[in-house]
Design a protein around this ligand. Sequence first.
Ligand SMILES: Nc1ncnc2c1ncn2[C@@H]1O[C@H](COP(=O)(O)OP(=O)(O)O)[C@@H](O)[C@H]1O
Ligand SMILES: [Mg+2]
Length: 236
Amino acid sequence: MKEETVVTLKGIKKAFSREQVLCGVNFSVFPGETVAIIGLSGAGKSTILRIIAGLEVPEEGEVYLYRRLATSASRLILPPWERKIGFIFQNLALWEHLTVYEHLKFVTSEEEHLVRLLHLFELWDLRKKVPAKLSGGQRQRLAIARALAQRPALLLLDEPFSNLDPIRKKKFRRELLRIKEEENLNLIYVTHDPNDLRLLADRILVLHEGIILQGGRLSELLAQPVHPIVKELLTL
Ligand SMILES: Nc1ncnc2c1ncn2[C@@H]1O[C@H](COP(=O)(O)OP(=O)(O)O)[C@@H](O)[C@H]1O
Ligand SMILES: [Mg+2]
């Protein structure tokens, strides 16, 4: 690999029991890029993010992070906690016994950064509450703030805005773009929202039947879809 890449996946294959989910996934993400992954439910989008984060190992293929071999077939070379990856899980994975403040404190000792994030995501007044006392949108904001607290180089977002109302969605998209610029963050996210694709993605990867069927800008995919499913996924 001559060019600098943030992430490169090479020939990733993954099966769960008998079901082959990923059949040779190849793609790279370049510095500064925001990449969206789309696909039908069950296509393996979350599995790809988990493999990048080192939370799942493929049977075949390699994952490189900044040109460094991170996963090789079923071997984790770099453990998840050394990958500098922030992950916003589809199910959020909050810590039910910790308060909002403690969620952030657990991942950063930089008090100023922590307070800034609490304000940014409208969590300051909620800082003493545990997740059970929060609304769906508030829980989602907490998951985003926690992921950013550790100053990741790469942020993986699994349908991050699905529980937010349209106005907050718009606001957090904007904030995310700002933080991305400020912190030099690379984003890979899974979404079903056409607005996310239009407003956030530099490039879209279409995952279908275990492979990346097509990748490109939204306008390119709309103009020249290689398969009817591409257009269908883009115009939900
Ligand atoms: N830990 C697991 N054990 C068994 N099957 C799994 C596991 N994780 C995912 N799968 C299966 O793999 C397929 C892809 O899952 P997933 O990556 O969550 O898809 P997506 O995020 O695109 O909806 C699904 O059929 C799902 O049931
Ligand atoms: Mg998923």
